[in-house]
Design a protein around this ligand. Structure first.
Ligand code: SF4
Length: 642
């Protein structure tokens, strides 16, 4: 039996992003949907499941409508609503083809409270639901519109009911009053269906009644009802849009694509031409602009690095990268450093032939100046972190950053490289930050060599740990030592970490990576252009007895021919190690590492899967610092040895 084609709250949200997406949604065997693939894991990493379960604990008499079948869920809801007083979790409310499963519905006589629970960070001391101009802030608007849609459906279904609306969100202003809160809700695989199970021995004193704020949002919902819903470049009445989108979805009719900047992050995109599923993005652009495969290869305005003017150009029908003119991007000269606009133009026109060093461009003087300030031995560090919605311990606040892993490579003056150290602490319920800081100190305290990071994330995390060491109710005995050490590494410190990503942005450009300075893009590009890196890492030197010491690899070669003379992308090589893990357990990017940490914290997994997940995390983080080593080795080749 096929399920009815109702416009649900998630489809309403999808359509508010772009109405054409309704046509591609739910056709997972036809169209690639990159969101669908990890929606469960994304919610797990964000803490959505734990927050949802904690919210239910605030209503101990609540009754859950468990059925996933629309008709059964509706029938059970209707039956429960015959009671005078009741709290229902996930009630199914429908009017025509508008359908909403409300997180929590509280009924007292004819008074109802509709509560939408979100793992969205909220600060009751600085609520910021309204922006500077008095309108709903763009950050909060999707949540308010979501509640407004549910309230609309409810009012249509129960026109005489008196309804109040709320958002329930983790409150960053409130420190937890109890420890162990985030371990009360575990992910279990029950007969093939993953679900969150609340600890049955939970007692009222285990709960923190204040960590989730119940925020009344009637006035904001009224603003949406009065002013309309924002979608693409338009604003229209919620009731009109809901009916239009519901009708299109029910009839499986594609709403004519209206491309814009939103297409850049469209989830209905394939990442490879050999994908067995179709690309909704290509279908839209073929329909709107008669684009062919060749046109996609030439590039669109969406491909240009940090290009703010793309919406305007698309609205003018100038969608090809070749249609960008100097009036659209004014080239700004920043002397030795490559400005954003120069980077954009290098991407549009290509590297000037006289400056092309074989597919790459380098600002030699800027690069040499930077290198002249570095001190051996070089230390390359990378952190894996997470922001857990529900705190580990009393005194901590929701979404405090958790630093659970680092990797450390050292490069010596004579060119020797070693994977010198690593740290991983993902034991359930253990707050790792202070042990992380101790271990990092042990790694870096031995000399005064330059410490390298890729982007400012490491700096942000160290500042946060300093704050935690200054304010936590219990801290290590050597807290002040740790604080002094961390202070020396952050931006204002006497051994401030050097940001290689910034240097890459300022002084290096490689053809074919769309102006990106992501390490995941720069590393494969470097493997193509650096002879030194190619020669060194083509042999099985990595983790070999007389080669480069490694903690997680043995006799490994990182430059492997893909059959066409080009190197296989190193991060994709990591997936081969995880061949015996499920797809979602292979770790080859930062988001997957945070998700793996959430699973290690909250999922009941057997010891062997736990062990393999930890190994995958260690390999991934080691590659991140090795990538920095290889990039510096290549840059040295480009500017010193040439
Ligand atoms: S490609 Fe653009 S127009 Fe098409 S569905 Fe995606 S966002 Fe909408």
């Amino acid at each position: 039996m096929t399920s009815p084609r109702y416009l649900t709250k998630s489809r309403f949200k999808l359509a508010a992003g772009c109405p054409t997406k309704l046509y591609y949604s739910g056709k997972d065997k036809v169209y690639r949907n990159t969101m669908q693939e990890d929606s469960f894991l994304a919610a797990l990493a964000e803490g959505g499941y734990q927050v949802g379960e904690l919210a239910k604990c605030y209503y101990p008499d609540g009754i859950e409508v468990e059925s996933l079948n629309h008709a059964d869920a509706e029938a059970q809801t209707a039956e429960l609503l015959t009671r005078d007083k009741v709290v229902i979790f996930e009630p199914a409310i429908r009017h025509g083809s508008l359908f909403a499963r409300i997180d929590i519905l509280v009924k007292e006589g004819n008074n109802y409270q509709l509560i939408e629970v979100k793992a969205k960070s909220y600060n009751s001391e600085k609520p910021a639901i309204l922006g500077a101009k008095g309108d709903i802030s763009s950050d909060m608007r999707p949540y308010i519109e979501d509640v407004a849609f549910q309230a609309h459906v409810f009012r249509l279904a129960y026109p005489t009911a008196r309804l109040k609306t709320f958002l329930m969100m983790p409150d960053k202003a409130v420190p937890a009053s109890v420890s162990g809160l985030n371990q009360l809700f575990k992910i279990q695989n029950v007969t093939g269906r993953t679900k969150v199970v609340t600890n049955l021995n939970i007692k009222p004193e285990d709960l923190d009644k204040n960590i989730l704020a119940l925020v009344p949002v009637d006035s904001f919902v009224d603003m949406v009802n009065k002013d309309g819903v924002h979608y693409l470049r338009y604003t229209e009445q919620l009731s009109v849009l809901a009916d239009r989108w519901a009708a299109a979805y029910q009839a499986d009719q594609k709403i004519k694509p209206d491309p814009g900047g939103q297409c850049g992050s469209c989830e209905f995109k394939t990442s490879s031409p050999t994908d067995s599923l179709k690309s909704g993005f290509k279908e839209c652009w073929a329909e709107a602009y008669h684009f062919t495969e060749d046109d996609f290869k030439q590039g669109t305005v969406l491909d240009v690095f940090r290009f703010r003017g793309k919406d305007k150009l698309i609205a003018d029908g100038r969608v090809r990268i070749s249609s960008i003119t100097p009036e659209d991007i004014t080239e700004k000269n920043e002397g030795e450093h490559l400005s954003t606009s120069e980077r954009q133009w290098m991407q549009i026109r290509g590297i000037p032939p006289e400056e092309d060093r074989g597919g790459y461009w380098v600002a030699e003087k800027a690069m040499r100046d930077a290198m002249s300030k570095w001190t051996y031995p070089y230390h390359f560090i990378d952190f894996e972190t997470s922001a857990v919605a529900i705190p580990f311990h009393a005194g901590m606040r929701p979404f405090e950053p958790v630093a659970f892993q680092f990797s450390h490579h050292v490069m010596h003056e004579d060119g020797r490289v070693e994977h010198a150290g690593e740290f991983l602490l993902a034991d359930p319920g253990v707050f790792p930050n202070f042990e992380f800081a101790q271990a990092l100190k042990k790694e870096l305290d031995k000399d005064n060599g330059t410490v390298f990071m890729w982007s400012g994330h490491e700096n942000t995390i160290l500042n946060k740990i300093i704050e935690q060491l200054e304010n936590a109710p219990t801290t290590p005995e050597n807290a002040q030592d740790l604080i002094n050490f961390l202070r020396s590494l952050v931006k204002s410190g006497n051994r401030a970490m050097f940001d290689l990503c910034q240097l890459s942005r300022d002084a290096f450009f490689q053809a074919g990576i769309k102006g990106s300075s992501s390490i995941k893009k720069v590393l494969p590009a470097i493997l193509k252009s650096s002879l030194r890196v190619r020669e060194k890492y083509s042999s099985s030197i990595y983790g070999a007895a007389n080669g480069i010491p490694s903690k997680n690899f043995k006799n490994f070669s990182w430059w492997i021919d893909d059959g066409s003379g080009q190197p296989i992308e190193p991060y994709s090589l990591l997936k081969h190690f995880s061949a015996d893990l499920a797809d979602e357990e292979a770790i080859a990017e930062g988001g997957a590492a945070a998700t793996a940490y959430a699973r290690l914290q909250f999922e009941e997994m057997d010891a062997s899967v736990r062990e393999k997940t930890c190994q995958a995390l260690l390999r991934y983080c080691e590659l991140d610092t090795l990538a920095m080593v290889m990039i510096v080795e290549a840059w040295q080749e480009f500017v010193i040895e040439n």
